[in-house]
Design a protein around this ligand. Structure first.
Ligand SMILES: [Zn+2]
Length: 203
């Protein structure tokens, strides 16, 4: 039995990750020393400003290690400083905003990786039951996947009414009507499993 997901209740789905980003992330993580996490921070290298980046120091937890001991007037906390406990690599970027940007990118990617650390090609198959109530949410999810989707209209008894969702464009498009199940495959393509129509027990 397949799992049906109600996209209205499920919150935002993790974006499928580009396979090249996921591969680069894995290669990078394998180069970092053991015990180093996936989060980065801006650091003061030898300049007056936080123009460098480094992995977050996992040795520091209670603010005891990153301290300027001889600060005038008494020891001062130095969360952006670099000490013997801090892991490599400590990379000089040469720019405060660029260092901040790189830290933000790296940490955003780490957060995405925690949500679903798989390239798009390895995403599990997902199924959604299409109903008038789920149409808008499913439409959004498919659009965010980078696949064009829009309401599908048919002429019934002299009026044009929405009867489902059209997914994709051109010859490869598929149409799901209300009651059908939309299947997103692991390779990012879509198909439709049509609702079983009762035929009165035909063999
Ligand atoms: Zn440290």
């Amino acid at each position: 039995m397949s799992t049906l997901i109600d996209p209205l209740d499920d919150g935002p789905m993790p974006q499928p990750l580009r396979a090249d980003v996921a591969a680069a992330r894995t290669a990078s993580a394998n180069l970092l020393p053991d015990g180093v996490g996936t989060r980065w921070r801006a650091i003061y290298t030898d300049s007056e400003s936080p123009t460098g980046i480094a992995p977050v120091c996992t040795a520091e937890s209670d603010g005891e290690r990153h301290v300027i001991a001889d600060y005038p007037g008494g020891p001062a906390p130095d969360p952006d400083g670099v000490y013997d406990c801090c892991p490599d690599p400590q990379i000089e970027i040469g720019s405060v905003p660029l260092a901040a940007y790189l830290v933000a990118l790296l940490n955003a990617d780490a957060a995405v990786a925690e949500e679903g650390d798989t390239p798009a090609a390895a995403l599990p198959t997902t199924e959604w039951l299409l109903t008038p109530d789920t149409l808008a949410a499913i439409d959004d999810l498919i659009d965010r996947d980078g696949v064009f989707a829009k309401g599908y209209y048919e002429r019934i008894s002299d009026s044009t009414v929405i009867t489902g969702l059209r997914i994709g464009s051109g010859p490869g498009r598929v149409v799901a009507r209300f009651g059908d199940t939309i299947v997103r495959h692991a390779d990012g393509t879509y198909s439709v499993r049509h609702a079983v129509v009762e035929t009165g027990g035909a063999a």
